[in-house]
Design a protein around this ligand. Sequence first.
Ligand code: ATP
Ligand code: MG
Length: 216
Amino acid sequence: MIIMERTDKSSFGILGGTFDPIHYGHLIAAEYARCEFNLTRVIFMPAARPPHKQLEYVLAEEHRYKMVELAIKNNPAFEVSSLEMDREGYSYTVDTIEYFLKNCPEQEIYFIMGADSLLFMDTWKEYERLATLCKFVVVTRPGYILDKSDKRLQHLPSGLWNNIRGLQIPGLDISSSDIRKRAAEGRPIKYLLPPGVEEYIDYHYLYREEGTGYDK
Ligand code: ATP
Ligand code: MG
């Protein structure tokens, strides 16, 4: 009997972000990517100190990590990793992808990101090399369109487009910055993020006053 060898690799997703805090926009992006590309799991990867957010306050790592944990607990295909937080210094996507290429060589990687992030990809460390290392699921985000002919995308390496998979997801005009602002102003954040995360923010009085819960 001839047994057909399976050559198609299984795939998993990575959703990088600051998650300050995690919200339904992140969750729907991860879940749609998981279903569309048959991903065995999606790893949420909270960044330590994102290089492009050096000048802003970012909530302490423990809080951001815990909120991701709370948000994903009902989805067995979702995981959170502390890889970037455990690494010294800034978080770079290229280092993270290389870690998984080395440690999970049997699996294909789909890096998930919003259409807004693609606009800044040329500021990422070694983005030309990164573009060749994995697939990129670029999900729609209200206010941003994924248009290959967009002038702002012309400087991205042409090879990147072979690895990009555009994905239309239900538009949720939710951002962490807006949630932080609303919380600081004492306005409701209910229905923008999972109830467990909302309770966590309330309990720890996060985002309410300058400095609360932030790294010193
Ligand atoms: P901030 O306002 O602080 O930048 P954010 O809401 O953009 O926060 P990030 O942690 O920066 O959240 O985003 C992580 C990833 O999730 C990015 O690739 C971003 O494009 C994507 N993303 C965030 N919110 C949405 C959304 N509402 N719809 C689609 N993608 C999103
Ligand atoms: Mg953002």
